[in-house]
Ligand binder design. Structure first.
Ligand code: NI
Length: 140
């Protein structure tokens, strides 16, 4: 971690009040921590949209496993990209529905494409891709 730097921020009183509420509702210990998280989120989103070389993400999908052919398709697409699919967790939600969390790693643009392909399989009901900041491999 690099050195901590202090800086001051000027903002309207009502905006600060809303921000305090935001921190309280999320049980965020300090304003600094909240601002750190928000900046981090904004930078991650920015890097993602600019096509980060090293990104990690989770894709959460829900589907009905009884739908003919869809399990095969889901497996086939993932086996086709073992360079990006790090791990998969499968949860049997009920008689019909399965939830799968797929951990992905690679170029942002490729992860986005793969997520679109998986989401596009008939029977997949929703697919939320969540991107996390990833350091470059072996960056220390
Ligand atoms: Ni299942």
């Amino acid at each position: 971690m690099s050195d901590l730097v202090r800086f001051s921020v000027s903002l309207e009183a009502d905006l600060l009040e809303e921000f305090e509420k935001y921190c309280h509702e999320r049980s965020i210990a300090t304003r600094s921590e909240a601002i750190r998280q928000l900046i981090h989120g904004a930078l991650t989103e920015d890097a993602w949209s600019r096509g980060a070389e090293h990104a990690v993400a989770t894709l959460t999908i829900v589907y009905d496993h009884h739908r003919p052919g869809m399990m095969e398709q889901l497996t086939e697409v993932q086996h086709g990209r073992t360079d990006m699919v790090v791990s998969t967790m499968h949860v049997h939600l009920d008689h019909h529905n399965c939830l799968e969390i797929i951990v992905l790693r690679g170029k942002a643009i490729d992860l986005s494409d793969l997520a679109s392909r998986l989401r596009g399989i008939k029977g997949v009901r929703c697919g939320d891709l969540v991107v996390a900041h990833a350091p470059a491999p072996d960056a220390g």
